[in-house]
Design a protein around this ligand. Structure first.
Ligand SMILES: Nc1nc2c(ncn2[C@@H]2O[C@H](COP(=O)(O)OP(=O)(O)OP(=O)(O)O)[C@@H](O)[C@H]2O)c(=O)[nH]1
Ligand SMILES: [Mg+2]
Length: 416
């Protein structure tokens, strides 16, 4: 029992603050719920929430003057260690708030970066997260320095591998340039791996979606990939690619990617661009949605926005409404009109997956054309091309040449 109390005492105590502009208080409540989830993933406890209705975010102090005072009183009364603002703070806002409140002040971006730092496992993931953290802090050193030194630790002070983050501008600059070089190296080897996969000409499906939607569970169910799936935000940071083989021998690649979240820090989008680019080379985007989550509409909007930002909005999208096992049977679900088709499924309970796999094949078939012809023996090398880029359904060696039935990708000209 004593141990439990001790850990409770040690946990960082947070007050969450949001601003509702244009009367969207419900949205801000939802956003603070998610911020509280992020906080608990980061090992902290939420002791209160304050929302201010304002025309616009205050450029100097995020909330208005009166509200700053209210927050200061709350901090004193409830022993709050850290005030977390739900939007990214400018350097000035951070510094002013920190001075006015006389307590540690952070924002949603720091929280997300902190969790990414905790989760990063591969060297590429670690480099990307540390880069995003350093870029964020390099412009906010004044406010952050006093804020982050208050607890001597906690959210915002940890880099990947619990390494303490630098606070010195010159050292940060040097570290950024070293990390950039290391990243170039890693990118090169990723490109080689990607090129190999593309040469195999196997169709590729990128699994994308809001964090915690069930992307990794789906890949595990389909291919036994053995990736960590957890009821926590950002369980997966690094992409994993696995082959799925249909009964008729057709094979496709599935890639599980990092989850998206509302207000994903732009430094992170930049940092993870190369990881997310896996989706850029996919033939199909499979958008996994946690349809049991009350905020699923907002989450879908965020995913489409992020795909747009990454420049991959023009691919065929399949929407998978996941976790239908959690819904009552009589709930009616509309289709997602932004995608080719909508499948109701459960990755965990293995429901609807055959239909999903059929739809994937249909889209891939759409990109193929069927041929049935005799190839002269002098052109026999074309059989290899068909094998490489398409599907050889039947071949028959006849007197006048090789009779083939095959499917070949429409965009590939192999002279057939
Ligand atoms: N009830 C139910 N739970 C599911 C289903 N699919 C996934 N889950 C659960 O949802 C949680 C999140 O699943 P993950 O597969 O880790 O989600 P993810 O999309 O990979 O999440 P991140 O890697 O954090 O972006 C886990 O606890 C899963 O067991 C489903 O079909 N039904
Ligand atoms: Mg995952």
């Amino acid at each position: 029992m004593k141990d439990m109390l001790d850990t409770k005492e040690q946990a960082e105590r947070l007050l969450l603050v949001g601003v509702a502009t244009g009367g969207n208080e419900d949205k801000v409540m939802e956003s603070l719920d998610e911020l509280a989830e992020l906080a608990s993933t980061a090992g902290a406890v939420t002791v209160g929430r304050i929302i201010q209705n304002r025309e616009a975010i205050h450029p100097g102090t995020y909330v208005g003057k009166g509200k700053v005072e209210e927050i200061r009183e709350f901090v004193e009364d409830y022993g709050v260690d850290t005030v977390v603002c739900d939007d990214e703070l400018s350097p000035a806002q951070l510094k002013n708030l920190e001075t006015a409140l006389n307590t540690k002040v952070i924002d949603r971006t720091i929280m997300i970066l902190d969790i990414f730092a905790m989760r990063a496992e591969t060297s590429e993931g670690k480099i990307q997260v540390e880069l995003a953290q350093l870029k964020y802090r390099s412009s906010r050193l004044v406010g952050l320095r006093s804020s982050l030194s208050r607890l001597g630790g906690g959210i915002g002070t940890r880099g990947p591998g619990e390494k303490k983050l630098e606070m010195d501008r010159r050292v940060i600059r040097e570290r950024i340039s070293i990390l950039n070089k290391e990243l170039e190296e890693v990118k090169r080897s990723r490109n080689v791996a990607r090129k190999k996969r593309m040469e195999s000409a196997m169709p590729m499906v990128a699994i994308v979606g809001y964090t915690n939607a069930g992307k990794s569970t789906l890949l595990n169910t389909l291919t036994g990939a053995g990736i960590l799936e957890e009821d926590k935000l950002f369980a997966t940071l690094d992409p994993t690619t696995r082959i799925y083989e249909y009964e008729n021998g057709n094979r496709i690649l599935f890639t599980d990617t990092v989850g998206f979240i509302n207000k994903l820090p732009h430094h992170l989008i930049d940092a993870f661009r190369s990881t997310l680019e896996e989706a850029k080379y996919a033939d199909i985007i499979l958008h996994v949605v946690d349809i049991s989550n009350p905020s699923c509409d907002m989450q879908m909007d965020v995913v489409y926005d992020t795909l747009e930002k990454l420049g991959i909005a023009d691919k065929p999208v399949i929407t998978m409404y996941n976790k239908v096992d959690k819904l009552d049977n009589d709930i009616m679900l509309g289709s997602d009109i932004r995608s080719r088709c909508t499948i109701r499924a459960s990755a965990r309970k293995k429901l609807g997956l055959d239909k999903l796999l059929d739809e994937i094949m249909n889209i891939i078939d759409d990109g193929m054309r069927y041929i049935e012809q005799v190839i002269p023996y002098s052109d026999a090398a074309k059989i290899q091309d068909i094998r490489k880029y398409g599907q050889l359904i039947e071949e028959d060696y006849r007197a006048d040449g090789i009779f083939v039935k095959a499917k070949i990708p429409k965009q590939i000209g192999i002279g057939l």
